[in-house]
Write a protein that binds this ligand. Structure first.
Ligand code: IMP
Ligand code: MG
Length: 182
């Protein structure tokens, strides 16, 4: 495919074919889990974390073979200079009722762990029947908050990644492969 952008500063880490294959495997694995769990008439509630998760989520749900519905939450983290720590802010909540629902959270990447940890706590106050976490990439080197990831596309140690929903200053989200920047 001819790309309209310059990838000369990027190194490809996972190709579109690798990603497609892995997402297909995850879709099958996740579906097998929920096939056993869902009662007649129930649907998985898939909640994506905006902005980064929308590309992975759109591929993943099309590889899933169980009934589902989709929702989104928008979270952002910022440095709090007063307490010299990072804080998560919710810019948009999900809209569906999660009580007694089987929830699958979809995120682009787990890094420090703060975002997913915050969302898990937020969800658990609302008594879902179950919560599973799926991430396209698990980046473990900078993890500060423990999070149990149930489904991981690719595991890496460190590095700043772009493409497949991941951005650097809002760029590169549309790239079909995952690249390291730098
Ligand atoms: P954390 O796990 O709370 O650090 O937050 C993860 C969020 O940081 C993700 O949702 C991404 O938006 C962003 N992020 C972390 N690492 C990367 C990266 O390598 N590329 C692009 N965004 C990243
Ligand atoms: Mg994000």
């Amino acid at each position: 495919m001819d790309l309209h952008y310059d990838t000369s500063k990027l190194q490809m880490l996972f190709s579109p074919e690798q990603i497609r294959g892995r997402v297909r495997e995850l879709g099958a694995e996740i579906s097998a889990h929920y096939e056993k769990l869902l009662a007649e008439g129930e649907m998985v509630l898939v909640i994506g974390i905006l902005n980064g998760a929308f590309v992975f989520m759109s591929d993943l749900i099309r590889e899933m073979t169980v009934p589902l519905e989709t929702d989104f939450i928008r979270l952002s983290s910022y440095e709090d200079h007063l307490s010299s720590s990072s804080k998560v802010v919710m810019l948009k909540n999900f809209e569906r009722e999660v009580r007694h629902r089987h929830v699958l959270v979809v995120e682009d990447i787990a890094d420090v762990g703060l975002t997913l940890n915050w969302l898990l706590k937020h969800l658990k106050t609302q008594e879902p029947a179950s919560v599973k976490l799926a991430v396209a990439v698990d980046k473990s080197a900078r993890r500060e908050v423990k999070v149990d990831l149930d489904y991981v596309g690719f595991a890496i140690d460190d590095g700043f990644l772009v493409g497949y929903g991941l951005d650097a200053a809002r760029r590169y989200r549309e790239f079909p492969a995952i690249y390291t920047l730098g």
